[in-house]
Design a protein around this ligand. Structure first.
Ligand code: ADP
Ligand code: MG
Length: 860
């Protein structure tokens, strides 16, 4: 049977490409035989030597079922020649030649054995899904092939392919395409748009199924649903239909035991209906399907910035996925696909899903790559690089979690100077890597192990991962009932969630009971499996998961360790405003049970738009923490910083010592008196900016400084040190030394200090060569006015100049003094530097007129 699969039409091209280039891209429609046949082809053609072919699968379920199918085709035991290895399950032996693995398994193997000994070929299956681990494992494999393993064979397979870009990336490589054999599929849309639909999605699917059977549709039916809960509901709904009588109804999803998974792909004499997750979209082929009923939904992993983790929420699938699903109906004969959404809605769906590297939090892969020795992630060989912001965020978070540390070695430090910072993995980081979890939760479980609270920590992890369990903004009645049953306050909102969840469990998730407390029943139901999953992982990593009596404090500390990038301090007691680490601000949610603690961590940070369109950052799922815990858990992240500041209201300098957690101030202590140097500097700043005036720093002082500065220019040979801006600054600071407030400096004597700038001898030179008053030939001594931009001058009445025939000079006769000659009314009649010329030419002309005007004055 296998010989008839379309893939055999291109077998020779596949083998030739593999031999010649060691790199191959194979694109062929789903069902062509890629996953089951290509590994066998490589083995049977002798291309593996004595080594193994490893086939990477994005899904555990597919890895196991494909291995089972290939083993069956080769008539060998599963775990013999053909085996599979998924997290916590290794069904292979020393003789295994074809090994199906999930993506994380291979990357981990590469971290442990960078040469990948014993592996001859790697096949990247379902590459079109562009999983993050697939992307980076391929990048690592290319490096390995180029550097150390030229013999390693790399095959990239996909149902649909953006081959051009990939070809560029893998060059030189061979591209092999197969059109496959597919039959037409007729697509029908729902008439009512899904948002107007009142029935749950499983009832819609059951109705579509009945229509299909009643209209005489033949063949098996495949229904796509997002998860196990919806799958079970769908099976129940179909079972209740008359039309399902005599049919086999089978679920297919990853949480089922292997036996039930096998049952879904087995053949039956009767017609069958398989209700599956998107594992049946391309990973697995179920033969005989003639009708696909598509809910159009899937659980899609995506970064949730509110929770700071990747979440698996139910979302609408892209057009490309929907087409893949439809194609499942046309494998063996023409088929139909019934879409449970309208044609109009379909046109608004995205053409394809973004690759994971663009939509997931990168913390986990960054940690893995660091462990694999990739020093600089910006130089990593990305098929498509992530956003710089996403990389930076991942590194920041890992540093906060203690998984990465800044470089210590000189080489690494040198690298930092030339490019991006290259932090390295810490022993804690390596320990965290053992957990197949977001590093946040890995860190939490490690902390919980130390404190004997792994069991509740797993519940906390499960509660923070799902949607809101407790509805917000409930009415007064519900709130009162909630308070009565759950308690009014708690040291953590998560404790309330735990109580709420336990309540929902006791009430068996009954809608009515949950509604009374404003509990989202469906979310509550989904917490259970997540909780089990966390417990399972913890148990397998050897942690003690049995529930024990522990103080709340232990769990609060675990939450703190996992969310230390979200530590917040209440700004004041009167409002809910908070400051957070990394320079952020926010407001604690009004409904939070943690209303009295000055320090807290928020497991959720969401941006909400206020009534006036302003964006507010709302902190919720809060947990109270204490300063001493920060000291205990993060001794290296606490620092003390002295802060001095000038208070303009009291005109005084104050000092306080701030205790900081990373960049967040968490406590202050007043220091009295403030450090003198700092106080002097701050006061001097106020004086120099003109906001404070020194009464004694008057015009005369300024004139003296000018005289000194001018003389220093005029007579450089005197070697006088001018008072520059910097010197003025120093002088003011000296004046302020020992003072803490304006009161202390306001009337402080200035002259002695300023003059002290010069030696007595130098002071004498200033008095002599840039004198305050000039003695004229007639014995009068007018004041000289000095100015930075203009020549020095004196202003005197004509009578006072009688007998002064030459222009007075200063600065050892080098600088003529400008003379403002004034009439008796003190108005200048002449401004001159040539006094002799004035007497000779000007004076005779004005004298008569002046004499007439001022007859009482003496005129010569
Ligand atoms: P591809 O990877 O190209 O989608 P597969 O190699 O998975 O194709 O499957 C090729 C064909 O092998 C399918 O069309 C189907 O007929 C058959 N097949 C694969 N797995 C099974 C199975 N578990 N049970 C029955 N038939 C199977
Ligand atoms: Mg396949």
């Amino acid at each position: 049977m296998a010989d008839r699969l379309p893939i055999y039409e291109v077998e020779s091209a596949i083998l030739a490409g593999a031999r010649e280039h060691r790199r191959l891209i194979l694109s062929a429609p789903t069902g062509s035989g890629k996953s089951t046949q290509v590994p066998q082809m490589l083995l049977d053609a002798g291309l593996l030597g004595r080594g193994q072919v490893v086939v990477l699968q994005p899904r555990r379920l597919a890895a196991r079922l494909l291995a089972a199918r290939v083993a069956w085709e080769r008539k060998s035991e599963l775990g013999g020649e053909v085996g599979y290895q998924i997290r916590f399950e290794n069904v292979t032996c020393a003789d295994t030649r074809i090994r199906f693995v999930t993506e994380g398994v291979l990357l981990r193997q590469m971290v442990q054995d960078p040469e990948l000994r014993g592996v001859s070929a790697l096949i990247f299956d379902e590459f079109h899904e562009r999983h993050l681990y697939g992307d980076i494992t391929l990048a690592q494999a290319l490096e390995l092939q180029e550097r150390r393993r030229p013999d390693l064979l790399l095959v990239v397979m996909s149902a649909t392919l953006d081959a051009a870009r990939l070809e560029e990336y893998l060059r030189p490589c061979r591209v092999v395409e197969s059109a496959g054999r597919t039959h037409p599929v007729q697509i029908e849309y729902a008439r009512t748009p899904s948002y107007l639909e009142k029935r749950p999605v499983w009832d819609q699917a059951a109705a579509a199924f009945c229509d299909f059977v009643r209209s005489g549709g033949e063949g098996d039916v495949l229904v796509f649903m997002p998860g196990s809960f919806e799958i079970n509901q769908t099976i129940e709904a179909i079972r209740h239909c008359e039309e399902s009588r005599g049919l086999v109804l089978l679920p297919l999803h990853g949480e089922l035991p292997p036996r039930e998974q096998d049952a879904a792909v087995a053949r039956y004499d009767k017609r069958k209906v398989v209700v599956a997750t998107n594992v049946a979209e391309t990973s697995l082929t179920i033969d005989g399907i003639r009708c696909v009923i598509d809910s159009g939904l899937a659980r899609i992993p995506r970064y949730d910035p509110y929770r700071g983790i990747n979440t698996l929420l139910i979302e609408k699938i892209s057009q490309a996925s929907a087409d893949q699903r439809a194609g499942r109906a046309g494998r063996t004969a023409p088929g139909v696909c019934l879409r449970l959404w309208s044609r109009e809605e379909h046109s608004h769906r995205p053409a394809r899903e973004l690759p994971e590297v663009k939509r997931l939090d990168l913390a986990e892969v960054v940690l893995t790559l660091k462990a694999a020795g990739v020093a600089d992630l910006r130089k990593f060989r990305w098929l498509e690089p992530p956003e710089e912001q996403a990389l930076a965020h991942a590194e920041e978070l890992l540093t906060d979690l203690g998984a990465l540390a800044p470089p210590r070695t000189p080489e690494a430090l040198a690298g930092e100077a030339t490019g991006g910072p290259c932090s390295t993995i810490t022993p804690m980081g390596r320990q965290m890597l053992a957990f197949p979890l977001h590093p946040r939760y890995a860190r939490m479980l490690l902390a919980a192990q130390e404190r004997g609270c792994v069991y509740p920590a797993c519940l906390v992890a499960a509660l923070t991962q799902g949607r809101d369990l407790l509805l917000r903004n409930v009415d007064r009645e519900t709130a009162a009932l909630r308070e009565e049953l759950l308690g009014p306050t708690a040291a953590s909102d998560l404790f309330l969630l735990m109580r709420a969840w336990n309540y929902a469990v006791r009430k068996e998730f009954k809608l009515e009971a949950c509604r009374r407390l404003g509990i989202h029943a469906l979310t509550a139901r989904q917490v259970g499996p997540l909780f089990e999953q966390f417990l399972d992982i913890a148990r397998r990593e050897g942690l003690e998961v049995e529930p024990r009596e522990v103080a709340d404090e232990a769990l609060q500390k675990c939450i703190l360790v996992a969310f230390s990038d979200r530590v917040a301090r209440r700004v004041d007691a009167g409002t809910l405003r908070c400051e957070l680490v990394h320079g952020r601000r926010g407001t604690l949610a009004r409904e939070s049970a943690v209303q009295s603690s000055p320090l807290l961590v928020a497991a959720e940070i969401r941006e909400v738009e206020g009534k006036d369109k302003s964006v507010n950052t709302l902190l919720s799922l809060a947990t109270a923490i204490e300063e001493t815990w920060l000291a205990e858990l993060f001794p290296e992240d606490l620092s003390r910083a002295l802060r001095c500041f000038y208070d303009s209201a009291s005109r005084r300098v104050y000092a306080e010592e701030q205790l900081r957690f990373r960049d967040l101030a968490i406590g202050v202590r007043r220091i009295e008196p403030p450090p003198a140097d700092e106080a002097a500097r701050l006061l001097a700043e106020e004086v120099l900016a003109g906001r404070l005036t020194l009464n004694e720093w008057d015009h005369a002082v300024e004139q003296w400084i000018l005289r000194l500065n001018l003389l220093a220019q005029w007579c450089p040979e005197l070697g006088l040190p001018p008072i520059t801006d910097q010197a003025r600054r120093d002088l003011v600071q000296q004046l302020c030394h020992g003072a803490f407030s304006y009161k202390d400096i306001k009337d402080k004597p200035v002259r002695p200090l300023v003059k002290g700038w010069l030696s007595p001898q130098q002071q004498e030179w200033v008095d002599q060569h840039a004198p305050e008053r000039l003695t004229l030939a007639n014995g009068r001594a007018p004041k000289v006015v000095y100015d930075a931009a203009n020549p020095p001058h004196i202003a005197v009445r004509i009578q006072e100049l009688f007998d002064v025939n030459s222009t007075p000079r200063i600065a050892m006769g080098r600088v003529p003094v400008l003379v403002h000659i004034l009439a008796p009314n003190m108005r200048p009649v002449q401004i001159t530097q040539d006094l002799a010329g004035f007497w000779r030419e000007h004076y005779p002309r004005i004298k008569q007129e002046l004499q007439r005007k001022y007859p009482k004055h003496a005129w010569r």
